[in-house]
Design a binder for this molecule. Sequence first.
Ligand code: ADP
Length: 261
Amino acid sequence: IRLKNRTAELAAQLRFEKAEAEAARRAAEAASLAKTRFFAAASHDLRQPLQAMSLFVEALRRRPQAPEAAALVHGIDASLESLDTLFGELLDITRIDAGGVEPRPERLEIRALYTRLRLHLEPLAAEKGLALRFRGERHLAHADPLLVERVLRNLLGNAIRYTDVGGVLVGCRRRGGRLLLQVWDTGIGIDAQSLPRVFDEFFQVRGMRAAPVPDGPGLGLGLAIVRRLCSLMGSEVRVRSRPGRGSVFSFTLPAGAQTGW
Ligand code: ADP
């Protein structure tokens, strides 16, 4: 009987090891597929502005004195800018994934953060006639100011980009020992099917991988970076949305210790 038990035990162990090896093989395969997709999408996005530029250069070479020369140079400028953005974002993702971004938490006044955000984003909102409001500026967080600002600039940039009427509201309130930060917009919203995928690399709801233009649709990397930065800060970014009504993106930060009276 003992021998029989031992044989069964060995067989079970063997099955377990086989299943483990199979799971590891599948995980490696999925990782490799994800990498291939990542490079395919990146190469695609890199080629578009390059191809546009070579058309513009060709046209300039043929007729350097043509009246449309200034417009062609402008087109080259725009392509260069989108290449710069794409390389910057790819570099950000690679650096974060390689462990090269270390958060440096410190006492962070939400009021000061809002001041910096206003400076950068008010002109964009004003250009579209959108209201941009901030709430809860009396709070204090314990977080890396640069990382928080990058997350919020990304979320606010999107909120403004995908909203045509109404406005954008940034909120901050206390929830337990943490602060809940939210960016609300009254924009086009995101359909339920796309919602779980908006944080994926290169994902864009309308699926049109148009050549990125300054302040136009981006490359679909912004929210992938936001997700990584939030996770570096021990948080998770979430989204709720109603098509045609608007969206709200939320994440939390550790609350700072209130000093003073
Ligand atoms: P992009 O550079 O295309 O804005 P993101 O990663 O920042 O890339 O966002 C991915 C996609 O999610 C966008 O292309 C857009 O379709 C959708 N999206 C992001 N933020 C919003 C928002 N506030 N309202 C509606 N759609 C949004």
